[in-house]
Design a protein around this ligand. Structure first.
Ligand code: ATP
Length: 435
C-alpha cells in the first residue's frame, strides 16, 4: 500500500541529507555487485512511523561481507567483519556506523541444473525476527530505491498500532521477546495483540521464562528502565506477571509506585539542568523499583541477574547510604533544629547523583527535597581558594589536620562566613593559632 515515491519522500523529509546519500551509495554498491541490498528492522519501522532512527541496519541478499568491504574500499571507510556470522560494521569517516548482515544463502536443487540460490532468503531471514513491525525491508538498489517489502503484514500492524509475533513458538524460541514486546508497546504507544498477549501469559505460566539467563534478563530490564517512560512499562510487566522473574518477592505496592512516579519527576528536573550523561537514570528507577526488597532478597536478585560482584557491591552501597542519609535528614527536619548549608554539604558529599535523585524521589518531606536540590544546584560546586598547597607553604606538617582545616574553611565558605581569599587566610591563621 505504500508506494516507493512515498518512502523516498519520508526519507528526504525525516533523515539528514547525508544519511539519504549514504543509503543511495549503499544501493549503488549493491548494483555493482548485483546484490540486492535492504535497510531493515527498526530503521524501516521508525521511518514509516514518521520518526527517525540513526541505526542503519543493512541486509544483503548474498555475501554481506564482500558487500561491506567493497563499500569501504570505494568510500574511504573502515570495516570490521565477522566471517563466522556473515556480518560486518562499516564505519564512515565521521564515525557513523552501519551494520551489515547477510541473509543465509539457501540452495535448492532443480533437476539437472546447478544449485540455485533460494530467492526468498530475505523472507526467511525476516521471519526470524521478533515482531511483525520489525520485519519491514526497504530496498536500496538504484532501480528499486525505496521499494517497501512487507512479507508479514508489518505495515498493517504499524497502522493499527499492534505488537504481534510471527508465530506461536516465538516466546519459547527466545523469552527475551516478552520484555521486548512490553518495551515496544510502551515506547510506541501500541498494544500487544490479544493472541500475542495470550502467548506471553502462557509462556509465563509454563515457566519458559525460567530458562532465560540472568544476564539477558538484566540486559532487557536495563533497556526498559532507560526508556523515556519506564513506569508504564513496569506497570505492564506487573500486569503480565513478569516482575516475579526478576525476584519472586518483587511486587508493586503503593509506596514504590509513588517513588517510581517521583523518580520520573526528579529525573526530568535533573536532565533539564544538566547533561543527561551525568546520571544513569536506569539506576535510579532500579533502586526505586526494588526499594521494598529486604537486603538479602536484593542480594539474591543481583545473583539471579548475574550482576557482577563489583557492581552488586556498588548498588548495595547506594541503597544503604541512600536510606541512611534519608533517615538522617528526615530526623533533622523533624527535630526542627536549624540546618546549615555546610551540614547539607557534608551529609551529601559522598553520594552519587543517582542516590541523590533517589533520596529526592523517596522522601515525603519537602524540606529534605529542598536540601538535596540546594546541594545539587549550588553547594556541590562550592570550593575555597585556600588549598593544601597553601598549608604546606605556611609550614604545617602533613597529617589529618589538613583535612580538618580545609573542611572548616569550606564550611565557612558554604555558610557565607568568609567570601574572599583574605578572609579564608585569616580564618586559617586563627585556627592554627589555637593549636
Ligand atoms: P531500538 O534500537 O530503537 O530499541 P530496534 O528495533 O533497532 O529498536 P534492536 O534491539 O536494536 O531494536 O534490534 C534490531 C532488530 O533486530 C530489531 O528490529 C529486531 O527485529 C531484531 N531483534 C532484536 N532482538 C531480537 C530477538 N530477541 N528476537 C528476534 N529479533 C530480534
Amino acid at each position: 500500500p505504500v508506494r516507493r515515491r512515498e518512502v523516498v519522500h519520508l526519507m528526504n523529509k525525516n533523515l539528514p541529507r547525508r544519511v539519504v546519500d549514504t543509503l543511495r551509495e549503499l544501493g549503488k554498491v549493491g548494483d555493482g555487485l548485483e546484490l540486492p541490498v535492504f535497510a531493515i528492522g527498526g530503521f524501516a519501522r521508525d521511518l514509516l512511523l514518521g520518526g527517525k532512527n540513526d541505526d542503519i541496519d543493512i541486509t544483503v541478499e548474498g555475501d554481506g561481507i564482500l558487500f561491506a568491504e567493497t563499500f569501504a574500499a570505494t568510500h574511504e571507510c573502515r570495516v570490521k567483519s565477522h566471517a563466522k556470522f556473515g556480518t560486518a560494521v562499516i564505519v564512515l569517516p565521521d564515525g557513523f556506523k552501519i551494520d551489515v548482515a547477510s541473509t543465509r544463502l539457501e540452495f535448492y536443487e532443480t533437476p539437472g541444473a546447478l544449485p540455485t540460490v533460494e530467492r526468498s532468503s530475505l523472507k526467511m531471514d525476516l521471519y526470524r525476527r521478533d515482531f511483525t513491525i520489525n520485519t519491514l525491508a526497504i530496498q536500496l538498489n538504484t532501480a528499486n530505491f525505496g521499494l517497501l517489502i512487507d512479507y508479514f503484514g508489518a505495515y498493517r500492524d504499524l497502522r493499527d498500532k499492534v505488537i504481534r509475533v510471527l508465530h506461536n513458538l516465538s516466546f519459547v524460541e527466545d523469552p527475551t521477546r516478552v520484555f521486548r514486546a512490553v518495551r515496544f508497546e510502551q515506547r510506541l504507544g501500541f498494544q500487544i495483540a490479544r493472541h500475542t498477549e495470550n502467548l506471553i501469559r502462557n509462556a509465563v505460566k509454563m515457566g519458559f521464562l525460567d530458562k532465560l539467563g540472568g544476564r539477558r534478563l538484566l540486559n532487557e530490564l536495563v533497556i526498559i528502565l532507560r526508556e523515556r517512560e519506564p513506569v508504564r512499562a513496569i506497570l505492564r510487566m506487573e500486569s503480565l506477571g513478569l516482575l516475579g522473574f526478576i525476584h519472586p518477592d518483587l511486587a508493586l505496592e503503593t509506596e514504590n509506585l509513588r517513588v517510581l512516579d517521583e523518580v520520573k519527576k526528579v529525573v526530568t528536573w535533573f536532565e533539564l539542568l544538566y547533561q543527561s550523561d551525568q546520571v544513569e537514570t536506569w539506576v535510579v528507577y532500579f533502586l526505586a523499583l526494588t526499594s521494598l526488597l529486604p537486603d538479602d532478597a536484593f542480594f539474591e536478585m543481583c545473583t539471579r541477574l548475574s550482576v557482577s560482584e563489583h557492581y552488586r557491591e556498588k548498588l548495595i552501597d547506594m541503597r544503604v547510604h541512600g536510606e541512611q542519609m534519608l533517615a538522617l535528614m528526615e530526623r533533622k527536619v523533624a527535630g526542627k533544629k536549624p540546618v546549615q548549608r555546610s551540614n547539607i554539604y557534608f551529609w551529601l558529599r559522598g553520594l552519587s547523583p543517582e542516590v541523590l535523585l533517589y533520596i529526592m524521589a523517596k522522601t515525603r518531606h519537602d524540606e529534605v527535597r529542598k536540601f538535596v536540590s540546594l546541594y545539587v544546584t549550588q553547594l556541590r560546586g562550592v570550593t575555597c581558594s585556600f588549598t593544601g598547597e597553601d598549608l604546606k607553604v605556611i609550614g604545617l606538617p602533613p597529617g589529618p589536620r589538613y583535612r580538618e582545616i580545609l573542611d572548616a574553611v569550606l564550611s565557612a565558605r558554604l555558610n557565607g562566613e568568609v567570601s574572599t581569599r583574605e578572609e579564608e587566610s585569616r580564618l586559617v591563621r586563627q585556627m592554627l593559632g589555637s593549636v
